[in-house]
Design a protein around this ligand. Structure first.
Ligand code: FCB
Length: 417
């Protein structure tokens, strides 16, 4: 492997990302918290509870100092809707003031706040009304975005309306379409209050056929690509919503409702038309369990642990986004080998650099994640640049955090051989 020294443009932002539920702790008004304690299927799947997570709710001041000390120029995080509006129509002023303080501290330390309005977690009252299964509930999110714009619009550097709604099963098509419409309506609601660009975090579902010349694998890959990626790009480019399983719809207001493309990317997916679920399995799970210290039964951790790095997938997804500025809203390495983490970031940033060279207007990169966190059911897989002791909440930057700080100062990826 060899890599030349690569310099990034001056305006390119280096940062990191988190999500409220994964780090704050005691996020008791959201549906995810309720499900962690009451959903038997979750428990049967071996998923644990978030509890205090990283206790960021209480430790946010020191976390801002840490992020500043590590030199990050942008920080993507979520403001939990269920904390701001724990009951329908009732706002929690103390929660608002705490988030306002967080944002002001970031700005004071010259860190751009990239605010995720909803990172998977919804208020329990919203879910009780049917959540996004009901199109009429989009109005609640739109109203919330208007409120967010009025309260944070002066300081936000960017808005990420929703996270990774683009994939998911075809049976959930209606819900996915409602998410898409919510992103568009939310972005339009923010506009009067904020000059900051709006986007959503697209789950970069890079797909490849298992057998490159097999017509069925190729057709299945096209199909997978449409239903996970292209239907959303197409909708924001044309206003036409074409998703398998439902009649197509024209919504002129969806066209160009967002300003930038946001992109999360982790790995590739291999499509095998000869499997019921189309996806080829990753390498034997027992090997992965050993490599990543995954305890037996922790299926979520096993799912996240992947042994390969595939930066070409990121390049390919970026090359499809030449028509708007792009921000990488997530990209990260899971595992305890911090040298591999550095290598992962190097290779993916090299792919970003190549995309810029080929004409994609990539404006920034947020590493997932700032600190080890709660990964939706498990604390085992560690994506963080900062180690967290989940008993004492002690934060300890890993070597990768200092490597990244140096990179941010130099703005040049060193040559790799
Ligand atoms: C993404 C999620 C994020 C985190 C990473 C590992 O899909 O957006 O919250 O769980 O995966």
């Amino acid at each position: 492997m060899s890599l030349n020294a690569l310099t990034f443009p001056d305006h390119f932002l280096f940062g990191s990302a988190t999500a409220g539920h994964q780090i704050e702790g005691d996020n008791i008004h959201c549906q995810e918290w309720y499900d962690e304690h009451h959903d038997e299927r979750r428990k049967a799947a071996g998923k644990g509870v978030s509890g205090k997570a990283c206790n960021h709710w209480e430790l946010y001041r020191q976390d801002v100092d840490l992020i500043a000390d590590l030199g990050h120029q942008a920080y993507r995080f979520s403001i939990e809707w269920s904390r701001i509006e724990p009951a329908e129509g009732q706002r929690d002023d103390a929660a608002y003031r705490r988030y306002r303080d967080l944002v002001e501290r970031l700005v004071a330390r010259k860190i751009q706040p990239w605010i995720t309005v909803c990172h998977y977690t919804h208020p329990q009252w919203f879910q009780a009304k049917g959540g996004y299964a009901e199109e009429r509930n989009i109005a609640d999110f739109e109203r919330h975005c208007d409120w967010m714009g009025r309260h944070f619009g002066d300081l936000a550097a960017g808005w990420i309306l929703h996270n990774e709604f683009n994939s998911g099963p075809i049976s959930a098509a209606r819900r996915k379409i409602n998410y898409l419409k919510a992103v568009a309506r939310g972005a339009l609601a923010l506009k009067p209050h904020s000059k900051a660009p709006t986007t959503y975090a697209h789950g970069g579902h890079y797909v490849e056929p298992l057998r490159k010349t097999d017509p069925l694998d190729r057709a299945a890959t096209e199909w997978e690509d449409w239903r996970t990626n292209e239907w959303v790009l197409h909708a924001f480019r044309t206003g036409e919503i074409v998703h398998p399983g439902v009649d197509a719809e024209n919504c002129a207001w969806v066209k160009d409702a967002i300003d930038w493309w946001g992109l999360n990317y982790y790995r590739r997916h291999i499509v095998d038309a000869r499997r019921a679920n189309l996806h080829a399995p990753y390498p034997a799970s027992s090997a992965r369990r050993v490599l990543h210290n995954v305890p037996p039964g922790d299926r979520k951790a096993e799912h996240l642990a992947v042994d390969e790095m595939y930066p070409d997938g990121l390049l390919s997804l970026l090359l499809r986004r030449k028509d708007k500025p792009v921000i990488i809203t997530e990209n990260g390495y899971v595992g305890d080998d911090d040298t591999e983490r550095i290598r992962y970031i190097q290779l993916h940033l090299a792919a970003v650099h190549e995309a810029i060279r080929q004409g994609v207007d990539v404006r920034g990169y947020c590493y997932w994640t700032t600190m080890d966190n709660f990964e939706w059911g498990t604390f085992v897989p560690r994506f963080g640049m900062v180690h967290v002791d989940f008993e004492t909440f002690q934060r300890t930057p890993k070597p990768s955090a200092y490597w990244y700080r140096d990179l941010i100062q130099r703005r040049t990826l060193e040559a790799m051989t």
